[in-house]
Design a protein around this ligand. Sequence first.
Ligand code: FES
Length: 107
Amino acid sequence: MTVNMKLFYEKHIFFCTNLRKEKEKISCGKHKSQELRNYMKKRVKELGIKKVRVNSSGCLNRCKLGPIVVSYPEGNWYKISSKEDVDLFIDELLIKRKTFKKNLIEN
Ligand code: FES
């Protein structure tokens, strides 16, 4: 049996859009992460960037640092909290294919 090691997506982005209803509990959804994820997905499509997928995700368990985004295959974590952050993220990571150092979260 042969295994195809080629990636289906060159970049797979998971954007936490989890929204907790309890007022006292932190969640990315309370920081407009759904809106930001939708904006990122729309801009990727508008810019014609191929082989990239932007998915919503549930809680990624780094809530206090959010809104949280993780990018694979490299496994880097980012805090993306504005449309300006999204635009810079797309430019650096998805177009220039560099690490988006400005919003990188250390592991
Ligand atoms: S709610 Fe987003 S990381 Fe937990």
